[in-house]
Design a protein around this ligand. Structure first.
Ligand code: AMP
Length: 411
């Protein structure tokens, strides 16, 4: 199947060609005809499947004939990065159209956003918190809205945004097309879909099974040797860009500093950064100034860097779905990639859950020249040594370290 079959406007077709998309991905093949026909759609697809273009292309087709600078489409995203990236996709695919889009998120000055809204825009890309601020202050008129798109709805839920989302939906025209995209379908998202969608068609691409092109490997290692093993692996493996996942913000920051000290080009992305620092880290990573990005799950959500060849789970993900999300960062579309996961004795149950999701046993790898018996560094002070030891999960939850127990707002 080719993009011609969708009969998209020539201005859109030219942009698709420029992006070198030769044929639609499965989610695009399934979703685009329904969205073009005006149906509500529940799309089950993870990042990396081409889901953004699956809703951006028909949206542009609806707007291309008569952009009128009244907000006719609203796209809601859980994170600023995802909002900014979707905005970039709209700009790339809509560059030959006169459709205008504006992105709205927190952590930055409101005034440029107010100015852009005053000038008029056809599409608004927004994170829920800041959008509610604009709505409360009367900066945005959504009375002409025709299409609502909720992207990564399951992450919205994880991050505690569902009440905000429902508050926004109550202020929208009832007559509209609604598209809901989610990588997974927990009960809360099922309920949300029932409440928000009318006569919807569900389209689904293997949402729990990651892209086939990824090779998975487990690296058993004592907790105190993870950093040493990471350095050896990074120096001995031919990699393109690498994302290293940690469980905590503190660890992400410290690990990036340690990698830098040993001569690797690394930066970190975690919740404690200012908006400018986040943008610096993301663009530095995307443009290759940093080869390694050390990140927490939430901070890395939605990051789209085409050249990611390796995902390394320094800290085990909380769930098998989180594993799928993380490695969705590599092997995107038809590119291949590798996913390495460092495992300690306490990760057995999670390994089993991940292997069940993948439907395969993951190979265990040990490096022949690595000293796995090495004792922890002697000079470590007792307090630091205690911090490097694996703590029971219950203790992590009590300190708020488990992200899922403490939803954070990023908009
Ligand atoms: P997404 O799942 O929307 O995050 O998209 C993942 C990546 O796939 C992005 O870099 C897109 O530019 C790219 N992409 C989207 N559609 C296609 C396509 N039909 N062919 C090749 N790449 C695509």
């Amino acid at each position: 199947m080719t993009f011609e079959q969708f009969n998209l406007h020539p201005h859109i077709a030219t942009a698709i060609h420029e992006q070198s998309y030769s044929c639609p991905t499965p989610i695009q093949r399934q979703a685009i005809p329904h969205i073009l026909s005006g149906r509500d759609v529940m799309g089950l697809a993870q990042t990396g499947t081409g889901k953004t273009a699956a809703f951006v292309l028909p949206l542009l087709q609806h707007l291309v004939q008569k952009p009128d600078r009244r907000v006719r489409a609203l796209i809601l995203s859980p994170t600023r990065e995802l909002a900014a990236q979707t905005h970039d996709s709209i700009r790339a695919l809509g560059r030959y159209t006169r459709v205008r889009s504006t992105v709205i998120f927190g952590g930055v000055n409101m005034n440029p956003q107010i100015e852009a809204l005053k000038r008029g825009t056809d599409i608004v890309m927004a994170c829920p918190g800041r959008l509610l601020d604009h709505l409360a202050q009367g900066h945005i008129d959504l009375s002409a809205l025709q299409t609502l798109i909720v992207d990564e709805a399951d992450r919205m839920f994880d991050m505690g945004f569902l009440p905000d989302l429902r508050r926004i939906v109550r202020q929208l025209p009832v007559q509209r097309q609604t598209l809901l995209f989610s990588a997974t379908m927990p009960d809360e998202i099922r309920r949300l879909a029932t409440d928000m969608l009318k006569n919807a068609v569900t389209v689904q691409v293997d949402h729990t099974k990651p892209v086939e092109a990824i090779a998975h490997a487990l690296y058993p290692v004592p907790q105190h040797l993870k950093t040493a093993l990471l350095k050896v692996l990074l120096k001995s493996t031919a990699t393109n860009s690498v994302i290293v996942f940690t469980r905590t913000k503190h660890r992400a920051k410290r690990l990036a500093e340690q990698l830098n000290r040993s001569g690797l080009r690394a930066t970190s992305l975690q919740g404690n950064l200012s908006q400018n620092q986040r943008q610096h880290a993301i663009s530095g990573f995307r443009e290759g100034a940093y080869q390694i990005l050390v990140a927490t799950d939430i901070a890395a959500r939605g990051i789209d860097v085409a050249a990611v060849s390796h995902v390394i789970n320094y800290g085990m993900p909380d769930t098998a779905d989180a594993y799928t999300h993380r490695i969705g960062r590599t092997g995107r579309i038809s590119r291949s990639g590798e996913a390495f996961t460092f495992v300690t004795g306490e990760d057995k149950a999670m390994i089993l859950a991940i292997e069940q999701t993948l439907g395969e046993k993951i190979r265990r790898v040990t490096l022949p020249d690595f000293d796995y018996a090495k004792a922890p560094e002697k000079q470590e002070r007792p307090a630091q040594a205690a911090r490097t030891q694996p703590r029971p999960r219950a203790a992590k939850q009590a300190t708020g370290e488990n992200k899922r127990s403490v939803p954070r707002r990023y908009s």
